[in-house]
Each structure stands twice: as C-alpha cells, then as structure tokens.
Write a new protein. Structure first.
Length: 566
C-alpha cells in the first residue's frame, strides 16, 4: 500500500515523536489513565500512522464498495441512493393496542415494523389462559395466541407495502402472519420482512422451556429457510444474530466470533438438508448490537464484512456476489441504557446510531431513551425516530461511502478486530462448532466471564457510565413511565375463550394431526403450520404439537440447562 522506504521512515519518525514530543508531554502533564483500551480490551495507541497498516494490500483488505472483500461497504452506491431502513419495535397488550402504536410509528416516518411478543408467547410457549401466564400477558410485548390476534395487530395496515420483522424463534408466529396474509387474499411472495429466529443465541439469552434441543431447533429453522426460498423471495426466514450474545455480556470481538459460529452452524444445517449455499446465503441477514465505543463498533462492521466474504468463498465456495454480502440489521444497545438520568440515553443512542451508519448498516432500530424504565412511550419512540432522521437529513455522514476508510486508526483497529475474532472462532471450531460450544456451556461461560470483567471495571470506576458511577445527581426530572393497563390481560383471555367456543374443533384436530405428522416424518413444517393457524389452532397447541414429536426436546435440553447451572 505504501513504499517500504516511506513506511520505514514514518515508523522511525513516529517512534521519535513518541519518545520525545509525546513522552515529554506525558511526563509533564500525565495521562488520564495508565492504558487506553476499547471496551473489548484492545489497546489504543496514542497515534496511528501509515506504518500501522503497512502490510495491507488495498485490493485484498479494502477494495471498493460493493466489491470483494466488501470492507468498505456491501453496495457500490452506499446511502447516496437511499438511506438505511429505519425500524421500530412495537408490541404490548392486545392486538388492538399494538395496532394503534404501529400506526403512530408509520405516521412518524417508520418504514419497517418489528413486532415484539410477550413472555408467554416468546419464551414460554403458552397461551394467555394458561395459569403460568398470569400477570405476564401483554406486559413485555403483544400477546399473540392465534391468527385472530395477528389480524388485529395488522388491521388496516398494508402489509404488502411494509417490511415486518417478528422478534421470535420458531415456526408458529410467522405461520399466523402468513395465514392471515393468505386470508386477506395476498400471495406469500408479496410479503417482505424477516424473523429474528436465532435459536443458538437464545440458549444464552434465556432458559426457556419452549426451546428444543439445538439440533431440533436447527431443523425447524431449516424448514423455514427452505420454504421462504421456494415461495417468498422477499422474506428472510431468520437472522444470524449476535445481539443476544452482546446484550448478555460478550465483547465486540466475541460478538463477531459467536455470530460467525452461528452462521457456520446454520449453513452446515442447510447443506445437510440438501440446500445449495448460493441459493440460501442471499437470504442471510445478520442482526447485531452496537454500543457506545464509536470506533470499535465501526471497525467491527468493517471487519465483519471482510470475514463473511472470505468465509462464504473459502469455506462454502460461494460464486454469487449476493452470497458474500454481509447484510446488517442493527439495534442500539439496551444494555448500555441507564435508569438514572434517562435523558442521557438519547446521547448514547445517537452515538450508537452514528456508529451503525458509519459502519454501513442496512437497517437500524434506535432504542428509545425510556427503555431502561418501561416499555417505550410514544414520546420515546418518536425521539428515537427523530434521532435517525436528524442523522439522515442534517449530519452529512451518509453523503459519501465509508467516510472513515483510510483512517490509520480505523484500518488498524479493523485488522485487529478481524484477527481477534478469527482466533476465537478457531476455538469454537476446535470444539466441534457452535452447537457443541453451546451444548457444553463454553459460550455461556465466556459471556459470563466478560460480563463479570465489565461489572468489575464499572465498580472500580475504570469504565465510566455517566450518571451511574460518575457525575451522579439527584434526579430533577420525574420520568413519565408508560404502563400496561391490567385490563388488557382480561381482554386477551376473553378473546381466546371466544375463539375456542366458536372454532370447528374437528378442523383443529385434523390440522394439528397433519402438523404432528410433518414433525414426526421430518417433513417441512411451515405449510402444515399455516393450515393449522387457519383452522384457529392456538399458539400453545401448535408449539406443543411440534415439540412433542422432537425426541430430543424436553429431556436433552433440560439436561443441558442442569449442567450449565450446576
């Protein structure tokens, strides 16, 4: 990239500057801390020069946007044609309440909708009328027990014109959506969106009894990918997620390694079911967290694009450029938000959103400032939306592609992030892959060690959280908390009781029998699940039917949990 004589000269001059000019100043004035590191623990030097990236070959490590290895961007036009897709997460109470909030989000300028289901739906696999659901129905998301609930969520919303994401794992919730669309007279090929559907990440983020053992979870995921590939060209059946890992303590470097460990496990599962990599990889969307260390996060995305393009070509023999592209959905970090001085969270989310855009994200959800206190209020959601719109319209950072490309610091940090992540990925591979690393508890342990280190640095004051362990004040603003009306739970149970009374039980039994046969015979589950949804089977009935036929479900998964928490 640079002439050897020039690099040698710069390196010598930089060392001379470090020893004399900087060293003298540091001795006289002192430094703020003994060592400067990113949140992942990577050392940050006082100065970066061409010598720090002297070994880089431009074509091999950077290239041009939209060309291998995609370090500088997945597409040749960047944001000069259109901005990233802003998205919002919505879900609480019953379908009607969520529908009202979705319409507010669309009116505020959102073009993508993310639906959050409540804990009984997302994690426990039960309906609202189950005694174990009492007190949790509609609290942390919308209660979705049937196709009727899905119809209420999207009433008067043109779903054929709207990208929709479901923050769930499994085949049942999307089956409700697909069934509802067909009952509207739409073709599945008209629908665009995705399911977060990242089963391996879920073993770190929760201990839900609704999850099957990892191999069965991969089978269910593969069914959805195959179905979407055949019938739904605009639908991504899953996200290869790292958000769960990062929000549960993993560093940015670990996040990269765990995410690509997932990508390899999922890809291998698809190939084992007879799919071709170049047919399924263009569906891949990577779902990532982004935190507040600006340059580390930017470098993370640039390294991720490079790692994926090489994995796709070298490991899987990808030939289509679409198979090599790292498509990114970003969510700013709820983990970093504080209940103290919650308005500070607007600044955190802004920095994180800037990092995502400077890193080249394709879509972005910005956490509302009040998310650390409650489900986001309308004001919180609107402020988050306006944050993205100000970045889009006023900052100018989207006017050129990869504006930080060529920065000695950013390029050196990108190289370091890539090398460190690949080293961890090699450890995962040595264990037999991500499934084994999850089953034996290694991933969970590594995350727990990282969060323990983080908390120790927060407690000692080494890692500063403004308003929490530094610059604390007595609150002078009374936060306005959004609360869930307890009557929503009563309404949801009444709706479910009405559905059970009025449906054709014979049709439900027949549809569930077909779904059970598909699960038992290892047939694709999606179409039988859609038909069961149309027959008005409930979420719990469909979920239990599927998992009762998965031999490794309860015993194997529960044994794994016991080992992890012994």
């Amino acid at each position: 990239m640079f002439e050897p004589k020039f690099v040698k000269d710069i390196a010598l001059r930089a060392q001379e500057w470090l020893d004399k000019r900087y060293g003298t100043a540091a001795e006289r004035m002192g430094e703020r801390r003994k060592t400067f590191r990113t949140n992942a623990g990577l050392e940050v030097k006082p100065l970066y020069t061409p010598a720090d990236i002297a070994d880089n070959d431009y074509a091999e490590t950077l290239g041009f946007p939209g060309e291998f290895p995609y370090t500088r961007g997945s597409y040749p036009i960047g944001y000069r044609s259109r901005f990233w897709q802003p998205q919002t997460y919505v879900g609480f109470g019953t379908g009607e309440e969520t529908n009202e909030r979705l319409k507010v989000a669309l009116a505020n300028g959102q073009s993508g909708l993310n639906i959050i289901a409540d804990l009984p739906t997302s994690y426990h696999g039960i309906d609202a009328d189950d005694p174990k659901a009492e007190g949790e129905v509609g609290k942390t998301g919308v209660s979705i027990n049937s196709i009727e609930d899905m119809a209420a969520v999207f009433k008067d919303i043109p779903i054929e014109e709207t990208s929709v994401t479901f923050n769930t794992t499994g085949v049942v919730v999307p089956a409700f959506y697909f069934a509802m669309a067909e009952e509207r007279g739409l073709k599945l090929a008209q629908l665009s969106g995705t399911c977060l559907n990242n089963p391996l990440g879920s073993y770190v983020s929760c201990n839900s009894g609704v999850l099957p053992a990892p191999q069965d979870a991969l089978r269910e995921l593969a069914d959805q990918v195959a179905f979407a590939g055949e019938h739904m060209p605009k639908w991504s059946a899953f996200n290869i997620g790292s958000y769960e890992y990062r929000e549960n303590g993993a560093t940015a470097v670990q996040e990269l390694a765990f995410m690509f460990g997932n990508a390899i496990a999922y890809s291998d599962a698809f190939l084992a079911r007879g799919m071709d990599f170049d047919d399924v990889a263009p569906q891949y969307v990577f779902y990532t967290s982004i935190q507040t260390n600006l340059f580390e996060e930017i470098a993370k995305y640039r390294a991720a694009r490079r790692i994926w393009s090489r994995l796709a070509t070298e490991r899987y023999g990808a030939k289509k450029p679409a198979s090599m592209i790292f498509r990114i959905h970003t969510q700013t970090s709820g983990f970093t938000l504080t209940a103290e001085q919650p308005l500070n969270n607007i600044v955190r989310a802004t920095i994180q959103s800037l990092a995502a855009v400077l890193g080249g994200t394709n879509s972005l959800y910005t956490d509302p400032y009040d998310e650390a206190l409650c489900l986001p209020s309308e004001l919180g959601l609107r402020t988050a939306t306006r944050t993205q719109q100000i970045i889009m319209e006023e900052s100018g950072i989207a006017d050129t592609i990869d504006p930080l490309g060529g920065s000695y610091f950013v390029e050196a940090l990108t190289d370091r992030m890539e090398a460190e992540a690949l080293a961890i990925l090699e450890q995962i591979e040595d264990q037999g892959g991500m499934v084994k690393a999850v089953e034996n508890g290694w991933v969970q342990t590594e995350s727990e060690l990282s969060i323990a280190d983080y908390l120790a640095r927060v407690d000692s004051g080494e890692h500063v959280i403004v308003g929490h362990n530094k610059h604390r004040i007595e609150e002078d603003i009374e936060p306005s908390l959004f609360t869930i009306d307890p009557s929503h739970e009563i309404k949801q149970r009444q709706r479910l009781a009405k559905l059970r009374r009025e449906r054709d039980d014979g049709a439900v039994e027949a549809a569930l029998a077909a779904l059970r046969a598909a699960a038992h015979n290892d047939d694709n589950l999606v179409r039988p699940a859609i038909e069961a949804a149309k027959a008005r089977a409930t979420f719990a009935e469909m979920t239990q039917t599927i998992y009762d036929e998965m031999r490794s479900f309860r015993d194997s998964f529960n044994d794994m949990k016991l080992r992890l928490h012994a």
